[in-house]
Design a binder for this molecule. Sequence first.
Ligand code: FES
Length: 650
Amino acid sequence: PRDPLVVFTPSGKRGRFPMGTPILTAARQLGVDLDSVCGGRGICSKCQITPMYGDFPKHGVTVTESALSPWNAVEERYKSKRGLIDGRRLGCQAAVQGDVVVDVPPESQVHKQVVRKRAEAREIVMDPATRLYYVEVVEPDMHNPRGDLERLMDALKHQWGLEGLTCDLRALQVLQPVLREGKWQITVAIHFGHRRSTGRIIHAWPGFHEGSIYGIAVDVGSTTIACHLCDLQSGDVLASSGLMNPQIRFGEDLMSRVSYSMMHPGGHREMTAAVREALNTLIGQVAEEAGVARELIVEGVLVGNPVMHHLLLGIDPVELGGAPFALATSDAITLWSAELDLRMHPGARLYILPCIAGHVGADAAAVALSESPHQQDELMLVVDVGTNAEILLGNRKHVLACSSPTGPAFEGAQISSGQRAAPGAIERVRIDPATREPRFRVIGCELWSNELGFAEAVGTGVTGICGSGIIEVIAEMRLAGIIDEDGAIGSAEAVGSERLIQEGRTWSYVLWDGRPEGGPLISVTQNDVRAIQLAKAALYAGARLLMDQMGVESVDRVVLAGAFGAHISPLHAMVLGMIPDCPLDKVSSAGNAAGTGSRIALLNSGARREIEAVVREIEKVETAVEPRFQEHFINAMAVPHKTAGFPNLE
Ligand code: FES
């Protein structure tokens, strides 16, 4: 008689195996993605499968109840101690006894797909650089004088097929007590470099390590720093947090920080210390929110523009202050967390994405990774709106990149009522064109301000306007005729609204007066409008410059990204003239694309190789030395634009 047939779903992989073959073994031989941390010892439960019974004409098999071996003692013990979902078996214990169809649930796959968040352009498949392995190590005796590490390496070779490993000194320092405490059974975390052969043991736990290991994905922006804590086994984001970059006290934009460094000997060190301290605060916040010990954070991926990148690494950014804008290095960097004074596992590996060139940094590389213009047929324009806008234009054939100094206005800085995207910030605004009365929505509240109960719900808790709110309110002011094409705010009489109040020689539009309840007066001033005009003109001019370089008059798609919380509304971005004309249904909003790119690189080490290759091919355009930039900039100061048409807005 022929050996029983084993069919795996959803992969459809199938093969015949001798009676008694564990399902995990069959899966390995067929290349089915079935996880295991304990190496088939019935401890980790990562190998759970669901056997399916009945007739499967599609697979040509009938599966009876006796297709798998009965529960053995190991499996029974696991189930009684830890519990197993009904219908599940441990793949390492259940053995083939007849034809069987076995389903591998997503959580049992190593290369599982991470649940996609709204607006994420690409799927993330788990392939983390750091993994856990449980091993049983041979005890030393007088006849076997080899060291504990050498016996551990033997065990990893024989039980996991892992060779050519090395061990961090920190892991070696704890190895002996850990081996003895675990009675020669330990779990090790191994970080694999780009080539899978270069694994290093970074930590060891006695016995089976019950918990998971974690990583952080960080976007170091000039104004805002965002950090996500991810589970390196499930890929889940467990906590996210953001902070103002404390380097702001040395200068609001990048160039003023570079000049701070030029004017003050050793000034870059102060900025390095400030950003690292902020990162430590953020790491503490996300770890606490997720209930995870800092020491279990074993990996991090960081991105930032070139100045942030250099300051984070402790490199004086002075060369970035003038042409030819030479970077200390544009390659990706891998280092130890302790080298950046980050308080997580001291042996945690940090990966910093490559920079594209000059002013186009690792944050732009992260945006390229998350939005993948290099994989598109259509010509795609990606703008990552921050204190410096990162702009990419391209498709499968060619990708161009530049950065444009928009200043911090889009992030709420330099705006009278501006603030970071956080609870209390106005994020959405509509103005009735007939009455000029506003309604708005606040982060942390589902209601619009004109809806019943709003005042009770958030009333006095309205604190300011965040980036997406400021874009919407100014675009709405333009649509309602409160500002003209030049951005001038009309007077109360001219506009016919009591919402306009005079402040000195100019007018302001009042969105919310919380003063009677002790809250703030939230208004849009003439200076606010000017700051946004300057920012959006820089953004548009940068995009336009790339279009010139590419020799095109229009683009097929636009992606708007930015770290400031709420998604930018495509309509409002176009009314303001931040982006060139494009069919509105082809404009999408990607949220914090640099943060997403950083998370992709954290969870999938193959993505690191991908972006390193892509970055080598991206052509960089320098806005600072390009005379046409000024011309584009001046024309783009008008709202939406002095000369360019916006047929899609009609
Ligand atoms: Fe660990 Fe089956 S492989 S329980």
